[in-house]
Design a protein around this ligand. Structure first.
Ligand code: AMP
Ligand code: MG
Length: 342
């Protein structure tokens, strides 16, 4: 009996040592965003190699989706008004996915708003308020439904004047691709921070949930903490990018495709919580444009246990779906708190 204790102890130490997870964190800039990838793996070498694979994959996607890189596929479509000879499978997937979301959100998510967004100066930061006449002209080119039934085949033309921009879904798609790499490498615990897009993989190595802060638009601190596992937590907010005219009117980077103007949503930010990064990304943008009442209605009309939201309204109300009620912790004095049941 006396001898078994040290033997068991040694075995236990070996087992625990072999389970020990090393944290590797890498940061880089891609898709105009400062991105940080944190991976828990069996060794630093493995962690570094996984982080490098993720960075390479995201750069590959940027080379497909960028509106400004002359070598990108989206740039080719926008400048040649037709689909390229070899449409990359990633772009085909994004085109098809975007068609579904465009239709389901009644164009609140519209990846064909680029000509309008550029006219307002958001691509160059030379901001201006275009005339109503100019907005009306450009709106004619923003009908993404023209592409919804397309086969996106080589050489098929798109409408003259039409230009695409997957800025509202690209980072979410990139996060999904990063998750695939993590799964292929048997990583059970990781955190991706792509600006407003957070993606958690599994739980923290100690078994606890990830604690994600939702930015307070009025103070810059965290307005809520959310405990999650294996979820994307994606926020769209008017405070992220905007300009103001001489009268103090604020024009934000999220556009309403019905008006061709920056959204005048009654929401300050929308956070979507679901497993799919691309779904969270395009819906955070779409529900923001819809505004409080329509966003809540849309959520009710699209029942899915893997789909929750947090809304901060301009009146500083906090509204969230019942699915996260045990996982959210308000850290700010909101004017009211409402939990919405389906
Ligand atoms: P996000 O930060 O994910 O809400 O995406 C905002 C970006 O998507 C903007 O910077 C634009 O490039 C583009 N965008 C703006 N409004 C819309 C919209 N209604 N639908 C799709 N993309 C949009
Ligand atoms: Mg988005």
């Amino acid at each position: 009996m006396k001898k078994t204790f040290p033997a068991l102890f040694i075995v236990l130490v070996i087992v625990l040592a072999s389970c020990k997870q090393t944290k590797t964190t890498e940061s880089f800039t891609a898709m105009n965003t400062f991105m940080t990838v944190s991976v828990y793996s069996s060794s630093t070498k493995k962690g570094q190699s996984v982080c490098a694979d993720i960075q390479n994959r995201i750069e590959e996607l940027e080379n497909i989706l960028s509106t400004t890189l002359p070598t990108s596929d989206v740039y080719y479509i926008n400048h040649n008004k037709k689909f390229p000879e070899k449409l990359k499978p990633e772009l085909l997937e994004i085109l098809k996915f975007s068609s579904i979301i465009y239709t389901k959100t009644d164009s609140a998510f519209n990846p064909a708003l680029f000509p309008v967004i550029r006219e307002w100066g958001f691509t160059t930061e030379n901001y201006k308020v275009p005339s109503n006449q100019r907005i009306k002209e450009l709106l004619l080119y923003t009908d993404y439904s023209a592409l919804c039934d397309s086969e996106y085949a080589a050489g098929v033309p798109i409408n003259e004047g039409m230009e695409l921009d997957f800025g509202a879904v690209g980072k979410g798609y990139a996060a999904d691709e990063a998750v695939k790499i993590l799964q292929e490498n048997d990583i059970k615990s990781a955190l991706l921070d792509f600006g407003g897009n957070i993606q958690t993989i599994g739980r923290k190595p100690d078994g606890s949930l990830w604690r994600v802060g939702i930015k307070n638009p009025w103070t810059g601190n965290a307005a809520c903490a959310l405990n999650v596992e294996s979820k994307a937590v994606v926020t769209s907010g008017g405070y992220e990018r905007f300009f103001e005219d001489e009268n103090g009117n604020r024009y934000i980077h999220i556009f309403d495709s019905k008006t061709g103007r920056p959204s005048e949503s009654d929401l300050e930010s929308v956070t979507i919580i679901t497993s799919s990064g691309k779904y969270a990304d395009c819906l955070s943008t779409a529900l923001f444009v819809m505004g409080k009442t329509a966003a809540i209605e849309w959520w009710k009309a699209n029942p899915d246990p893997d789909f929750d939201y947090i809304l901060f309204t301009k009146n500083r109300e906090l509204i969230y779906s019942a699915g996260i009620k045990d996982f959210i912790e308000p850290l700010y004095q909101f004017t009211s708190v409402e939990i919405v049941q389906r």
